[in-house]
Design a protein around this ligand. Structure first.
Ligand SMILES: NC(=O)c1ccc[n+]([C@@H]2O[C@H](COP(=O)([O-])OP(=O)(O)OC[C@H]3O[C@@H](n4cnc5c(N)ncnc54)[C@H](O)[C@@H]3O)[C@@H](O)[C@H]2O)c1
Length: 384
């Protein structure tokens, strides 16, 4: 095992963006700069961010606001700096692969947002590069660290469900088109030529969520569409929305489990959370969101009878039992950062690697193809 460093310097690219700023810089790395990174033996490693980006004015303001002494617009110089240990990338997706290649070539440990690349070919090429290096390389798999999904996984491990039959997931919310009210997502998300689209964005999450909770995804049937063909961008200019804004997917999971997940930026929320997954099994069912999870064991299941002539007498929502936290469940992005940085210090691989991320890119590509061709597609196993 390598000597424990006193400090880890982390170059962070894309910190002016939504994810880079809120989840990665503020909630994760600045919090860790204040607390220090605690290792398994109780020793503490100091964390120092170096802000990277294209716009010097925005970066200097951000650095001043958060008291970060180091920032730069010169990525090559930062990658050549021996005092920098880790490169992190939360840029727009289309810029990720070249930046990650350069960071690996410079011998930096790398952590990055998903998707890792715009095509499966590039995602696999990156996974090959990562596997050949002795660097620690990780990709954000944040949903598996969410309290709701941690509880769901615990129920699977405890055998709560008996034989698992199915999962149904509902993800989405109304993203304003920007004409009368500004949109709450960046406009590149709605242009396929800029790496946008909900299938590309969400299927890479659904792949590791399904793998991490139920098992390998064996096939996909999807119908993707662009419900709103025009939108207005950050400057108020109208543009053609060329990317899909809704994807309706069915996934066959190993062991005969069927999963169905709707993903949409054109749906209004009548749910408790922005994403919810229901898992039904022979011995019980559960519904998990970002934070909460409720269960209904078989022995406490009501017996509804279909009768449209009478109002329903059952208070269905009240018939579920909340699963307690039983643990201090922190921000999911920060939890994965801590795990990744501990892996860096220990000189070992991170469990959510470029190969797992490539499977996510693969599922998105196959989802789009399934929709184009109007048929179910098998998901071939990828090996390096
Ligand atoms: N893990 C998650 O839940 C999650 C959620 C949303 C987005 N993401 C991913 O994070 C990445 C960033 O998404 P975001 O929503 O923060 O986007 P954003 O548009 O808010 O931020 C993009 C960042 O990339 C930079 N950038 C570099 N080149 C650019 C270019 N040519 N055009 C525009 N911006 C450019 C911007 O300056 C900014 O810092 C994407 O790859 C996205 O898929 C992940």
């Amino acid at each position: 095992m390598p000597d424990t460093p006193k400090t880890l310097r982390i170059a962070m690219n894309g910190v002016t963006g939504r994810m880079g700023y809120r989840q990665h810089l503020v909630r994760s790395i600045l919090a860790l700069r204040d607390e220090g990174l605690t290792l398994a033996d109780g020793s503490i490693v100091q964390i120092e961010p170096v802000l990277l980006g294209r716009n010097a004015e925005k970066l200097s303001q951000l650095a001043a606001r958060h008291n970060v002494p180091d920032w730069s617009t010169d990525i090559d110089a930062v990658l050549a700096d021996d005092t920098v240990d880790v490169y992190f990338d939360a840029q727009v997706t289309s810029r990720r692969a070249p930046a990650v290649r350069a960071a690996i070539a410079a011998g930096k440990h790398v952590y990055m947002e998903k998707p890792t690349a715009e095509t499966l070919e590039e995602a696999i090429a990156l996974a090959h590069l990562g596997a050949k290096s002795d660097l620690t390389i990780g990709v954000v798999h944040d949903k598996l660290y969410l309290p709701g999904l941690v509880k769901l996984r615990r129920l699977v491990d405890e055998g709560f469900f008996g034989r698992i039959l199915s999962l149904r997931g509902e993800f989405g919310y109304w993203v304003f088109d920007g004409e009368h009210q500004t949109a709450q997502r960046p406009s590149w998300n709605y242009r396929s030529e800029d790496g946008g689209g909900i299938t590309v964005d969400m299927f890479c999450h659904w792949n590791y969520v399904l793998e991490g909770i139920l098992g390998r995804v064996e096939s996909v049937t999807a119908r993707t569409t662009t419900h709103l063909p025009e939108r207005w961008d950050e400057t108020g200019a109208r543009y053609d929305a060329t990317a899909d804004d809704a994807a309706y997917g069915i996934f066959d999971i190993e062991g005969g489990i069927i999963a169905q997940i709707n993903s949409s930026w054109t749906v209004r929320v009548h749910r408790d959370e922005l994403v919810e997954f229901q898992v039904d099994g022979t011995h019980g069912s559960a519904v998990a969101g970002l934070r909460n999870c409720v269960i209904q064991p078989a022995s406490a299941s009501p017996k509804p009878v279909w009768n449209p002539d009478l109002p329903s007498g059952e208070p269905f929502r009240e018939q579920w039992i909340p699963v307690p936290d039983n643990d201090d469940l922190e921000n999911g992005f920060k939890l994965q950062w801590v795990e990744f940085l501990r892996d860096v210090v220990a000189g070992r691989p991170h469990r959510f690697d470029l190969l797992s991320a490539a499977r996510g890119v693969q599922l998105a590509e196959l989802g789009l193809r399934s929709s184009d061709e109007g048929r179910r597609l098998p998901v071939p196993e990828i090996s390096l």
